[in-house]
Design a protein around this ligand. Structure first.
Ligand code: HEC
Ligand code: HEC
Ligand code: HEC
Ligand code: HEC
Ligand code: HEC
Ligand code: HEC
Ligand code: HEC
Ligand code: HEC
Ligand code: HEC
Ligand code: HEC
Length: 352
């Protein structure tokens, strides 16, 4: 569902579920009232019931089923009321989430649609013996529920799309569960039902080293909150290592730095190959995210040019007796300014 469609549905869901939160007798009354306001038709009673279901159940939640729990094969569903009897606090936090709104609306329209048990599996065995691990589907490593069962439960509704490559992805292979990044039990984040307040904090639970690189002198505005890890990565898996959103590194960068795509009359080969030949994405203590300072960056590939390459003496430095113009000012860039490619009529040397 598109975000736009979803956000336009949310107020409706909220309204519907608030309306339905009243006592069940009242709910029954209002359902009948709603049925009376429907255009009269030639539908049979059963068909009227079905059309009411379609009206009230949010798309995507109407097909909710009790999740299968291989560790409690004989258990049966006991309904949300029973769960709440013992889990009032969790249920209170859950109430304001997208899943609660959707599942409550669906459950009110069709009582066979479960709420808690959509994700946690049938609860009868757990209710009898809450201390026995595995009888309820838990979403932590300690819960006794295999990670594969946890993810299968969520993927029952969330297969495909961004998660096309979940299976076999580096996160899946390292035994991450959806709940390492998502906590659907409460709105910890503004969107995405994340485990932490923001996407970056969620990733930093495990990738602290990467998050810290963004504190270096030169960095893209991620610590400032204008970007997040998922601008470049798809944490659910991708065909490009390491979990890049697009097919190549450069395509990822062109999303925002479109002017670097060209086309250029005179291309600089290493730019076309990969931005990472000269830049590091997460942060650098050099200028402009460079992997090495100029002129050394350039000299990794360019030695013995037509202009000599003898830059490393104290005398040739800007402060020396015979300063070399290639280490003064902006170094090589003083003259080769259009380093990403050039359309300048002055030729293929990337001069201005
Ligand atoms: C009779 C009271 C009772 C009922 C009814 C009950 N639970 Fe529990 N549940 C508990 C207790 C007590 C624990 C904590 C067990 C522990 O700490 O070992 C628990 C733990 C859990 C856990 C955490 C499991 C884990 O290991 O991570 C989940 C999830 C859970 N319950 C969900 C549910 C759901 C969903 C329902 C309704 C289908 C439900 N419970 C019904 C008492 C109950
Ligand atoms: C959309 C799926 C989903 C639904 C629906 C859902 N839960 Fe959960 N629940 C989870 C996940 C995922 C976790 C693990 C959260 C975490 O990372 O700690 C969890 C954790 C829990 C826990 C363990 C304690 C905790 O907060 O970590 C309890 C108890 C629980 N849920 C009860 C319920 C009850 C009661 C309902 C219905 C009112 C419910 N859940 C509905 C997915 C769901
Ligand atoms: C019964 C089907 C169903 C199940 C099972 C289910 N979800 Fe959802 N979930 C939905 C629907 C429908 C939406 C709203 C539409 C959408 O975003 O696709 C949604 C939305 C979400 C969102 C986006 C929330 C937002 O604010 O944008 C996340 C994240 C999510 N679910 C994670 C999970 C996780 C993790 C699990 C397993 C613990 C899970 N879901 C289980 C149906 C389900
Ligand atoms: C490594 C962290 C991580 C893991 C593991 C993870 N997610 Fe996500 N997921 C995210 C982040 C971050 C977002 C927010 C993306 C955004 O806002 O663009 C997200 C967004 C979503 C959304 C809403 C947007 C969409 O893509 O439709 C759903 C649904 C979702 N995840 C489901 C799942 C399910 C199901 C699993 C387990 C199979 C899972 N996620 C595992 C990090 C993760
Ligand atoms: C629960 C821990 C955990 C969380 C949270 C987590 N990751 Fe990871 N991630 C791992 C592990 C484990 C690996 C594989 C080992 C490694 O390369 O460090 C990994 C690997 C990666 C890789 C490298 C893939 C490769 O092919 O080398 C990327 C990129 C990545 N994660 C991005 C993210 C992003 C983005 C988020 C947040 C949305 C995130 N991770 C959240 C544990 C986590
Ligand atoms: C501007 C795009 C961009 C952003 C934003 C970004 N990454 Fe990356 N990330 C990359 C690229 C490109 C690579 C490949 C680096 C390489 O191969 O040298 C990478 C590599 C990685 C790796 C693999 C290990 C490594 O250092 O090569 C991990 C893990 C990772 N990123 C996690 C994260 C996390 C966590 C965040 C958010 C804090 C994040 N990335 C933000 C582009 C980005
Ligand atoms: C989601 C958008 C986005 C993506 C994707 C992105 N960037 Fe950026 N980048 C920015 C923004 C915003 C800035 C800051 C611009 C400013 O301050 O004027 C920036 C700045 C930079 C800078 C200049 C940093 C400095 O210190 O002046 C470099 C170099 C850079 N990006 C390289 C890359 C590379 C390489 C990639 C691909 C791996 C990439 N960017 C992907 C948004 C993005
Ligand atoms: C051959 C080395 C090299 C490669 C490859 C390279 N860059 Fe750069 N880039 C530089 C240098 C040097 C600067 C500093 C320019 C300056 O200070 O005027 C720079 C500066 C930047 C800046 C900030 C200033 C500006 O011009 O906007 C961005 C953004 C940027 N690069 C993006 C990219 C992207 C995207 C790619 C891949 C398509 C890329 N670079 C590939 C060398 C390179
Ligand atoms: C990763 C290797 C690499 C790096 C780093 C690199 N270049 Fe290049 N550069 C090349 C290649 C390959 C060519 C194409 C050579 C050819 O076509 O014969 C080239 C071409 C050029 C040309 C045009 C040469 C000609 O004959 O048309 C200039 C000027 C140039 N580079 C300057 C620089 C400067 C200045 C830097 C540092 C900011 C730099 N390069 C960094 C690999 C690199
Ligand atoms: C003062 C201006 C200036 C500076 C500084 C400068 N260059 Fe040049 N460079 C030139 C000019 C002019 C040419 C064209 C010479 C020609 O066509 O005969 C050139 C040509 C080149 C070429 C192509 C050479 C060839 O053999 O065809 C490369 C590569 C190059 N420069 C790299 C660099 C690097 C690397 C640096 C920094 C260490 C640098 N330049 C600093 C002016 C400069």
């Amino acid at each position: 569902m598109t975000t736009a469609l979803r956000s336009s549905l949310l107020p409706l869901l909220t309204a519907v579920s608030l309306w339905l939160a009243s006592a069940s007798a009242q709910a029954q009354q209002s359902r009948d009232a709603l049925a009376r306001t429907l255009p009269s038709s030639t539908l049979t009673g059963e068909e009227v019931q079905a059309s009411r279901t379609r009206l009230l159940a949010a798309p995507g939640f109407a097909r909710a089923r009790v999740a299968g729990n291989p560790q409690a094969p004989d258990a049966h569903a006991i309904g949300e009321g029973s769960c709440i009897a013992c889990h009032q606090l969790e249920a209170d936090h859950f109430t304001h989430t997208l899943h609660a709104l959707g599942l409550h609306a669906a459950n009110k329209a069709d009582a066979s649609i479960p709420v808690c048990e959509t994700c946690h599996g049938p609860g009868s065995a757990h209710a009898q013996s809450p201390q026995t691990p595995g009888l309820i589907i838990g979403f932590t490593k300690a819960s006794g529920t295999p990670v594969e069962v946890q993810t299968r439960t969520c993927l029952a509704c969330h297969k495909g799309g961004p998660r096309d490559h979940w299976s076999g992805s580096v996160h899946q292979r390292n035994d991450l569960s959806c709940s390492d990044c998502h906590n659907p039990m409460a709105n910890f984040s503004a969107e995405g039902l994340l485990a932490k307040a923001s996407i970056n904090d969620t990733c930093a639970q495990c990738h602290k080293d990467i998050r810290i690189q963004f504190n270096r002198r030169s960095h893209m505005p991620l610590p400032e909150g204008q970007m997040s890890c998922v601008d470049c990565h798809n944490p659910h898996g991708s065909i490009t290592s390491p979990l890049l959103k697009t097919n190549t590194v450069n395509e990822t960068c062109y999303q925002c730095h479109a002017e670097k795509r060209g086309p250029f009359l005179f291309e600089h080969a290493p730019v076309r190959e990969s931005c990472l030949n000269c830049h590091t994405p997460h942060g650098s203590n050099q200028n402009t995210l460079l992997v090495a300072p100029i002129p050394f960056l350039c000299q990794q590939c360019h030695t013995g040019q037509r202009h000599p390459n003898d830059l490393h003496t104290a005398q040739s430095l800007a402060t020396g007796a015979h300063p070399d113009e290639r280490v003064m000012g902006r170094g090589c860039l003083t003259c080769h300014a259009n380093i990403h490619g050039s359309n300048a009529p002055s030729g293929p040397r990337f001069h201005e």
